[in-house]
Unconditional design. Structure first.
Length: 230
């Protein structure tokens, strides 16, 4: 089955694949996850707001974003951001902002809709008495969220947030359409240059599988430990 499989095509380019390619993928995943968590938490709080306008805007954002294909959103932001930047700065022509910034903004805004639903569910998993008891102590709504609700909700939603981050890690492979050298893009470039498609794409699949499976096992173990504590 592995007759003719050229391992040198992988080993000779291992540094480029792991440092340049996988390093970029992990960096993009981490930055997008942090941004999406912050924005998603804000959107979740807006969804639960008693102000119908505020909650309506948040719900509309979540529903619209989740209804769009991610690949379409990547292309849309890549071509839209230069025009928006031109309008903001008053430049004479569209200003390229770079494929990386476009990808980061895209994944942050897109994943924030999914993170928002996770955070909202985590907040709603707590009893209503938590909010009432905190308000009875004289805490204002932002203080109740920051000191009472969100710290407790984090325990409930942490495993799901981590699982969504694994999905984000897998989805970052779509940035290859912008000619960004992520892990899959690096493997694709070498595969086409050396005509070793089977070797490089197989290696990419194994790396994605190992990382995703390892992280998933960690999340399941974390979830079981949290369940025991509760």
């Amino acid at each position: 089955m592995f007759h003719g499989f050229d391992y040198k095509a992988i080993t000779d380019n291992l540094s480029y694949l792991l440092i340049d390619g996988l390093g970029f993928t992990l960096r993009l995943t981490l930055m997008a996850a942090i941004g999406a968590t912050a924005l998603g938490s804000l959107v979740a709080v807006m969804e639960l707001s008693r102000n119908r306008l505020v909650s309506g805007i948040a719900v509309g954002y979540v529903n619209l974003t989740r209804a769009l294909p991610l690949l379409l959103v990547i292309f849309w932001f890549y071509f839209l951001i230069p025009w928006v930047w031109q309008w903001v700065t008053g430049a004479d022509r569209p200003t390229p902002v770079g494929a990386f910034l476009s990808a980061l903004i895209t994944f942050t805004l897109f994943e924030a809709a999914y993170y928002a639903e996770i955070v909202r569910a985590g907040i709603q998993s707590l009893g209503r008495g938590q909010m009432g008891a905190a308000e009875a102590l004289g805490l204002r709504y932002p203080q109740v969220l920051a000191y009472v609700i969100l710290p407790q909700a984090l325990r409930n939603m942490l495993p799901v947030l981590l699982m969504q981050t694994i999905i984000l890690f897998q989805d970052t492979s779509l940035v290859y359409v912008l000619s960004i050298t992520d892990f899959l893009g690096a493997a694709s470039k070498i595969a086409n240059r050396d005509f070793r498609l089977i070797e490089l794409y197989s290696f990419a699949a194994v790396v994605y599988l190992v990382i995703s499976a390892t992280l998933s096992a960690f999340v399941r173990r974390l979830q079981s430990r949290i369940a025991i504590v509760r």
